[in-house]
Design a protein around this ligand. Sequence first.
Ligand SMILES: O=C(O)CCC(=O)C(=O)O
Length: 355
Amino acid sequence: MATVTVVPEGDSSAAESGAAFSDIHSAGWDESQLRKYPFQCRPIPRLSQNDPRAEILINNEEPVVLTDTSLVCPALKWDLSYLQENIGNGDFSVYIAQNHKFLYYDEKKMANFENFIPQSQRVEMKFSEFVSRMHQAEQSGGRERVYLQQTLNDTVGRKIVMDFLGFNWNWINKQQAKRNWGQLTSNLLLIGMEGNVTPAHYDEQQNFFAQIKGYKRCILFPPDQFDCLYPYPVHHPCDRQSQVDFENPDCVKFPNFKNVFGYEAVVGPGDVLYIPMYWWHHIESLLNGGVTITVNFWYKGAPTPKRIEYPLKAHQKVAIMRNIEKMLGEALGDPHEVGPLLNMMIKGRYDQNLS
Ligand SMILES: O=C(O)CCC(=O)C(=O)O
């Protein structure tokens, strides 16, 4: 089977994130707009959708930036005033935080961890309120930031519907069919302030991440780096999110984080990043880059093949770990008993080299 790797051959110098971008700086942003982290990255390939290497990468569930899909072409005119005029009078979920990090949490799991204090609040508001709130936050120069994250739904106005219908469904439907992916589950509209960060997490869906306005830096890690990224337990509200603060990693609590190795790309208007299911992703709107607008396309993965091939892939092992945690939570009747039981099972038994 043909393979392409996300690491360009013979490009060891590109290991440093600075060098990684040397060929794509031409427009729109520069390295001073990137936050600094204590790990190395290699570039995610930027390819034409017609390049056979792009096809191979997606088939292998490896990330790639596609530069010419026209996926969201009619949306490239979107800005705050066009959206305010046309997006309708529905409610929008807006997260409000007192710093730049918008760590996702599942509200349904908050009852499992009563002492959990979310670092951002979700507030439902009209689009015009969001715009005022964002301008207020920008002008006050205070710590407060906002991030709109709303699934596109049927409350949007006629012009937005027309734009949506003009997306390149022909291209994306073919992508879905070729890989036997399940249904399109949602399109999340994200409107962020410059400097906003979505910390590293993985999703259980395939994602075509279409950038519309402004630039975002996307740092991805393959599923086999699970042990370097220390996700919260499955029953925790921050399930699927890394516990490691990239800006101030606790190397005692998270010793394997020093081995983490990323793949990165800066995406701008018209670019589409394929984020494979179970791949970790950290996403930041560039510093001093203005407002960012993105629409993603989340698809259910392909059904499990009838014949399982061994050895299993890293993402299949992640799925197994998730199922074990869920089963134990149910069997024990209390998610807080999962950790102690797993420790009892492993410590002094599976964590030593037995002869
Ligand atoms: O763009 C962002 O800030 C986060 C988006 C994301 O995590 C996703 O599309 O899965």
